[in-house]
Design a protein around this ligand. Structure first.
Ligand SMILES: *Cc1c(COP(=O)(O)O)cnc(C)c1O
Length: 458
């Protein structure tokens, strides 16, 4: 093992070097991939030195999500103490289903969940679990809501068409989950948003009333804390009033920006969260842990058990249910995703996590200020968002992003809202500074003037 740890360390050094020298890896066209790197698996193994050089080649060509040129996704960067925890989880290799097999690791997960529940303003009757990602957390919320509305569904299946509500700007997993849980894609109502991408509570009410009149059974509303494109926050207070009136489960999808629960400055964006029934947050987005670290909590602890526990005598042989976390999980064997958040949290404290979150908003404001003070740019996103959406010199966003990627300049993506396409720069890497944000714009401008605006010479 020591040799492989030494090799791992050498490979990390290679990666750190690459991140500086070639922050945007030269993309390999898919048609070329298997020619350029030997990814084949064969009857015989290979020599150590070939093995090592193949790994280095893979590292070289893999997109660098922790580089200073990566603004493409709702995650990015690398925070040491979180990496440490995740590496430790691999080494310890426990499974979270029983206390017998995971010991104190169970306590670590429970501690993280307890603190998240408190920060969310949830009651004593709260609990939660970790899921393999935000999409799965949303699915767990949907299943709890479904079973909460009609307990018989677990045994009998659906007997009556149900309906659920989410905004047109919400994450695609809501519809996908409706399909996967037997509710049906066509029972998903997309609620209109205002011009900032926030759900309109009046339209929600109208859709619910309509469904009731049609004989459907409304049961679930998904509000989003940080929509995928604009980073908008739905008005939880307004939505929860509608939910209370019609007895619907309110879930807050905070996969992207639920991290604001850590910030005194930005917590107001999820005001009313304490009125929701469940809440999910991806620590691998705003809190900067490695993928994946997705947490779902609910104020109906008993529902978590009703929806996800199954008796299994061969597994649950010791200790109480409270410490046998398999009773509240969608998985059976489950890696410890909580440890990386716990190591980070333990080392920097809640105040340190607050700084991580606030830094992202600060970087976004620097980007918006830059855009607003340069005439060649148009801004499409709003304050209090870490998604900075813009266009430059009217160049189609899609074209510009692809050219920047193919020429190894910048990794940044595009999105659209109200039929307007734009570049979406995500300032989620809290290790970046003002100079990195300015450098992003300077790189983009230099690239456009050198490549896109120059007529090809004949
Ligand atoms: C990223 C995201 C998800 C999905 O999370 P995964 O961990 O990628 O499955 C769900 N909802 C929102 C709002 C997101 O931004």
């Amino acid at each position: 093992m020591q040799n492989d740890i030494a090799l791992f360390s050498e490979l990390c050094d290679e990666l750190f070097k690459e991140e500086i020298n070639q922050p945007v890896a030269k993309p390999i066209p898919t048609s070329e991939l298997y020619n350029q790197i030997d990814l084949s698996l064969n009857p015989e193994g290979i020599m150590d030195d070939v093995f090592k050089s193949t790994l280095k080649q893979v590292i070289k060509s893999t997109p660098k999500t922790a580089s200073k040129s990566f603004f493409n996704q709702l995650f990015g960067g690398r925070i040491n103490k979180a990496i440490l925890g995740d590496l430790l989880a691999v080494m310890l290799n426990n499974s979270m289903y029983t206390y017998k097999v995971a010991g104190p690791q169970v306590g670590i997960e429970k501690q993280v969940l307890k603190n998240i529940c408190e920060l969310a303003g949830y009651s004593k009757n709260s609990d939660g679990t970790l899921a393999p990602g935000g999409s799965m957390s949303n699915m767990m919320a949907l299943i709890m809501a479904r079973d909460h509305k009609n307990e018989a569904i677990r045994a009998e299946g659906l007997s009556k068409p149900m309906a659920l509500y989410t905004s047109a700007a919400s994450h695609y997993s809501i519809s996908k989950n409706a399909a996967m849980t037997g509710i049906g894609r066509n029972q998903v109502r997309l609620v209109n948003t205002n011009s900032k991408g926030e759900m309109l509570a009046e339209h929600l009410e109208e859709l619910i009333t309509n469904d009731i009149n049609e004989g459907l059974q409304p049961f679930f509303v998904n509000a989003t804390a940080g929509t995928t494109v604009l980073g908008a926050f739905d008005d939880i207070n307004a939505i929860s009033k509608v939910c209370k009136k019609h007895k619907l489960w309110l879930h807050v999808d905070g996969a992207y920006c639920g991290g604001v629960i850590f910030s005194k400055t930005y917590k107001h964006l999820i005001s009313g969260l304490e009125h929701s029934d469940s809440f999910s947050i991806n620590a691998h987005k705003m809190l900067g842990t490695p993928l994946s670290c997705s947490i779902i909590v609910t104020q109906h602890k008993e529902q978590l058990h009703h929806s996800f526990s199954n008796e299994a005598d061969y597994l649950y042989q010791t200790d109480g249910d409270d410490y046998n976390l398999g009773k509240t999980s969608v998985q059976c064997g489950r890696r410890n995703d909580a440890l990386k958040l716990w190591t980070l949290w333990k080392s920097v404290g809640t105040n340190g996590l607050e700084k991580i979150v606030d830094k992202q908003f600060e970087m976004a404001q620097i980007a918006r200020d830059y855009i607003n003070s340069h005439n060649d740019y148009t801004l499409y996103s709003f304050d209090d968002s870490i998604s900075v959406c813009f266009n430059y010199k009217g160049i189609p966003a899609n074209e510009l992003c692809t050219a920047l990627y193919e020429n190894s300049e910048l990794m940044v993506g595009f999105g659209s809202f109200n039929n307007q396409e734009f570049i979406r720069m995500v300032t989620i890497n809290s290790l970046l500074d003002k100079k990195d944000i300015i450098s992003f714009f300077k790189t983009l401008e230099a690239f456009v003037s050198d490549h896109l605006l120059k007529k090809p010479t004949t």
